[in-house]
Write a protein of this length. Structure first.
Lengths: 285, 334
């Protein structure tokens, strides 16, 4: 495992770059634990200061230190992405594997549910949720709603692989040797679809962070929790761009772009880590 | 040769059809029609016949690996594993699950795919076989190690992924996997077909060694008569879903009775032969609409009027030699 990671870092430039970018992002998020200010307090530092020591990324018009605020914002945004990805991966794995393996009526029922979720227009639904829930719309409930909307495409993808796996000899052998459906799915099929799941996890995190930022910028979520989106929302509220407070917008955007690029690079190099065939193939070159 | 008086598996009048119902049309493919055979203890029974004659279907039904559209229409399959008797089509699913791998194992067609490409070999052993050897994992792996040594396989293969092994090696591992529980009956469906003759020879020798060592019975299916001659004690020849001749391998090769068997054996090239081999006219019949009477009669050089009207029964013509042909056993004598 560790030697594989070391080799990937040494030989796979995409992986190394992705790890570097996410490492920086992760470090910034981890620094939130050391913050001298609470992210919810305002006017704790002089407002509208350009980037300079001791406020390395400047301060906001609300008297907050941009750097320390950013550590909280990126932490919450990342956490949001992971929670959405985790819940929606579980859903898509369960539904995709069962539907592909069981076939028949089970498949038809699950896939009609799946297709319903695929055709639901996402953005209006999320805005609708916000207007229905209003103040009860918290970080966690938004994550849950998005997870419930974000599994359908990948469930179909996993189902297509599971349908092919069902006809392979090792599945037949498993059935013959008396493995139960649960054992076949978890022991034989799950390792096979893991590369796909990993790759879709990265994409799903990107998708959920992007959507969360969009919703927050427009003010359709809980804007009091510091996230990258709500930071940009408050900057817009104080017309930061017009007033020339560019650092209030530029640094959150730069950090979230780093996250996107880092996750994308990991997603494309992750296959090599999971799939032993391509890993060894590269080693032989 | 026989420690047990009873055959390890007795198949009686087995009929298995593929039935599909699509667009209002009912179709039945009679892949196995009225087959009876016995496999004795410590015996290699070969099943021969050209592609699509129902060999694979027959052994699927014997192994109980029946999934729609394949349905068993009649007949019985009875096992006797050292006194433990079981009627396959009357037994409960739990009873069947209990004999599989432990007493009856199955090397599938294209068995190189038996190993999951994303699992290491030892994990495949644990997945498929460990439930049948109720031992702790360390002890189970010890058993696997000794078994591999017995088959002259290095224990290193356990740590490998299947794609790191050669085709022949994968085949050996698949056979090791099927035999690790020392089953009384092994069913092998074309296990050497995808290999070249050198590797094939090695794998066949290994199968024979395993069989001698474990004193198991083996049903060995292949269309390759040369492999049958090399390996099998007794041989059954199938044509279009029916068993048409059955005898000891030497008897069949020395004195085939059925015209189809004669042609099958005549089609084998011999060393020093210079004349072109004769091909049999026509093609194997469609099993969805087989010819009436003897299914071989449209291609048979000795066909008589009665052949297209009545199905020849499988009759004993010499000790242990059964043939279904009116040219050998005239209909009035039958």
């Amino acid at each position: 495992m560790w030697t594989v990671l070391r080799d990937l870092l040494r030989h796979n430039r995409e992986f190394a770059a992705g790890v570097c970018l996410l490492g920086i992002v992760g470090l910034v998020a981890a620094l939130s634990a050391l913050s001298p200010y609470s992210p919810l307090d305002s006017f704790v530092v002089p407002p509208d200061m350009p980037p300079a020591w001791p406020h390395v990324l400047g301060t906001t018009s609300r008297g907050q230190d941009v750097f320390w605020l950013l550590t909280y914002a990126i932490r919450n945004t990342l956490l949001f992405g992971f929670v959405v990805a985790l819940i929606s991966r579980l859903l898509s794995l369960l539904i995709g594997l069962v539907s592909g393996y069981a076939g028949g009526l089970v498949d038809r029922a699950l896939m009609s549910l799946n297709d319903t979720f695929i055709v639901i227009p996402l953005f209006p639904i999320l805005v609708l949720f916000y207007f229905v829930m209003r103040d009860r719309m918290s970080w966690a409930s938004l994550a849950l709603v998005m997870a419930c909307l974000g599994w359908a495409y990948d469930a179909r993808l996993i189902r297509s692989v599971a349908m092919s796996l069902r006809t392979r000899e090792f599945t037949e052998t498993g059935i013959f040797s008396g493995m139960s459906m649960r054992q076949i799915l978890t022991q034989e099929h799950l390792p096979f679809v893991l590369p796909i799941v990993f790759s879709t996890t990265m994409n799903n995190i990107n998708w959920s962070i992007g959507l969360e930022v969009t919703l927050s910028v427009l003010g359709f979520t809980d804007i009091n929790t510091p996230t990258i989106g709500s930071m940009i929302y408050w900057a817009n509220q104080h017309t930061a761009m017009v007033a020339g407070i560019w650092w209030w917008v530029a640094f959150p955007v730069a950090l979230v772009v780093m996250t996107f690029v880092g996750l994308f690079l990991l997603a494309i190099s992750m296959n090599e880590f999971i799939d032993p065939r391509s890993r060894l193939g590269r080693g032989m070159q | 040769m026989t420690a047990h008086a009873l055959p390890v598996v007795q198949v009686t009048n087995l009929r298995a059809y593929y039935s599909t119902h699509q667009f209002g049309v009912q179709r039945e493919v009679r892949a196995v029609d009225d087959v009876s055979l016995q496999v004795m203890h410590d015996e290699i029974y070969g099943l021969a016949g050209e592609s699509s004659c129902g060999k694979s279907t027959l052994i699927k039904t014997i192994a109980g690996a029946i999934r729609p559209p394949l349905t068993v229409q009649g007949g019985s399959v009875e096992f006797d594993f050292g006194g433990r008797r079981l009627d396959l089509y009357k037994a409960s699913p739990d009873d069947i699950a209990a004999i599989r791998w432990r007493h009856l194992s199955y090397v599938m067609q294209g068995s190189m795919g038996v190993l999951n490409p994303v699992r290491r070999v030892h994990q495949s052993f644990v997945d498929f076989a460990s439930r049948h050897i109720a031992k702790p994992k360390a002890q189970f792996l010890d058993i696997v190690h000794t078994h591999l040594e017995r088959l002259h396989l290095k224990p290193d293969v356990l740590r490998a992924y299947p794609h790191e092994l050669s085709g022949g090696m994968r085949q050996r591992v698949a056979i090791a996997l099927a035999t690790v529980c020392r089953p009384e009956l092994i069913i092998a469906d074309e296990p050497t077909t995808a290999l070249d003759v050198i590797v094939q020879r090695g794998v066949l020798d290994m199968i024979r060694d395993v069989q001698r060592e474990l004193k198991t019975s083996l049903i060995f299916v292949t269309h390759d008569m040369a492999v049958h001659a090399h390996l099998c004690h007794r041989l059954g020849v199938m044509y279009a879903g029916r068993l048409i001749e059955e005898a000891r391998t030497v008897d069949i090769f020395r004195e085939p009775h059925h015209p189809y068997t004669s042609h099958l054996i005549a089609s084998l090239p011999r060393i020093g032969q210079t004349a072109a081999l004769q091909a049999l006219a026509g093609a194997p019949p469609s099993l969805a609409d087989p010819p009436s009477g003897c299914r071989f009669h449209p291609r048979c050089p000795q066909a008589m009027a009665v052949c297209s009207q009545r199905v020849p029964p499988l009759l004993t013509v010499a000790a242990g030699h059964r043939v279904a042909c009116f040219a050998v056993t005239p209909p009035d004598a039958a």
